[in-house]
Write a protein of this length. Structure first.
Ligand code: NAD
Ligand code: TYD
Length: 347
């Protein structure tokens, strides 16, 4: 099997690539990534010498390049993770999200359709998406696979659009596909612009922890390796033309999560109890901020036997330990361009 994994140098993609390279030694894994600010080959240095791993640097927005790639390599499956993924950046520059998340996805769909259409048997286009396409929940309820799409940010609108294109290629051209919509991930190799790694980095550096609005926004957090295991299951056992919601059954208001993180970090860094909490600073809210996300993961649990393997407390501790023992990784990703970004967004 030749498997194309896009965005494999990013946070979730690197976990998926590692899992497939290690667990499926008879598959050739092709990691296609353009190495934006979020893509980092250091994420994969433990497996990059393995004989079934191949890295291809390229942009999914480049139609010619993508068509040529599908002509050169006979892919059996695509696991598509490449995306612009940060809501705050999407508010600053929506077009970058349209290009990669919509046009890039359609380029991949076209190439897959054109090379596979004579015989779709044993082919699969797996599109990895987010729960943010469903919009915001009120105080109650959960997102199911039947919840209507109602995206509120340019990021979620671009992901919603890409999901629709994938489904449309299935309906119109018969392209075999699966989609999964997952809740917020956390864990090793997470770029420190998202809440948890950003705050870990700021606590290490004793700089303010910028909590948006009143901090009462709620997210459903899942350890990244549990997501990667779910992707493996959906890829191998998911039903053609189906969507699977993936989530941790693990809702936290941002402020409670931040307080727990502060406690864990104080212990690990041998600082007095309460030291890190003093860094909490309430800042201007994100425009269009979704109040609450929470996933009903009953379908994947019943049909594919998946459930999260670690509690949030365990996962958070593992994550903190990883960041504290990988300061070189953190220093590399937070130097240069990152400093400019931080100044612009938080000054
Ligand atoms: P990330 O930003 O860490 O990584 C994205 C990767 O895609 C990077 O390696 C980047 O270099 C690459 N990329 C970006 N534009 C590209 C282009 N034009 N061509 C080729 N490569 C390009 O993202 P992530 O958090 O790992 O998310 C991966 C996928 O999972 C995304 O599709 C995202 O929407 C989805 N998702 C993320 C979360 C989450 O909590 N992070 C939750 C649910 C779903
Ligand atoms: P984030 O990690 O950006 O993920 P998403 O917006 O995709 O859910 O943010 C998670 C939550 O944390 C969200 O409610 C916004 C909030 N947040 C802050 O309060 N401060 C920050 O500096 C960041 C990056 C996020």
């Amino acid at each position: 099997m030749n498997i194309l994994i896009t965005g494999g140098a990013g946070f979730i993609g690197s976990h998926v690539v590692r899992r497939f390279v290690d667990n499926y030694q008879d598959y050739n894994i092709y990691n296609l990534d353009s190495l934006t600010y979020a893509g980092n080959l250091e994420n994969l240095k433990d497996i990059d010498q393995k004989s079934n791993y191949n890295f291809i640097k390229g942009d999914i927005v480049d139609e010619y390049f993508i068509n040529d790639l599908f002509k050169r390599i006979d892919f059996d499956g695509v696991i598509h993770l490449a995306a612009e993924s940060h809501v705050d950046r999407s508010i600053e520059d929506p077009l970058a999200f349209v290009r990669t998340n919509i046009i890039g996805t359609v380029n991949l769909l076209n190439a897959a359709k054109n090379t596979w259409k004579k015989n779709y048997k044993d082919k699969l286009f797996y599109h990895v998406s987010t729960d943010e396409v469903y919009g915001s929940l009120g105080k109650d309820g959960l997102f199911t696979e039947e919840t209507s799409y109602d995206p509120n940010s340019p990021y979620s609108a671009s992901k919603a659009s890409s999901d629709h294109f994938v489904r449309a290629y299935g309906e119109t051209y018969g392209l075999p596909f699966v989609i999964s919509n997952c809740s917020n991930n956390y864990g090793p190799y997470h770029f420190p612009e998202k809440l948890i790694p950003l705050f870990i980095n700021n606590i290490i550096e004793k700089t303010p922890l910028p909590v948006y609005g009143d901090g009462k926004y709620t997210r459903d957090w899942l350890f990244v390796e549990d997501h990667s295991r779910a992707i493996d299951l959906v890829f191998h056992k998911g039903k053609n033309h189906e969507t699977y919601n993936i989530g941790g059954f693990n809702e936290w208001q941002n402020i409670d999560l931040v307080k727990l993180l502060c406690e864990v970090m104080d212990k690990k860094l041998d600082r007095d109890v309460g030291t890190s909490q003093k860094l909490i600073t309430y800042v201007k809210d994100r425009p269009g901020h979704d109040l609450r996300y929470a996933i009903d993961a009953t379908k994947i649990s019943k049909e594919l036997g998946w459930k999260p393997s670690v509690t949030f407390e365990e996962g958070l501790e593992k994550t903190v330990d990883w960041y504290l023992s990988n300061t070189e990784w953190l220093n590399h990703v937070t130097s240069g361009g990152y400093k400019e970004y931080y100044k612009k967004m938080y000054s």
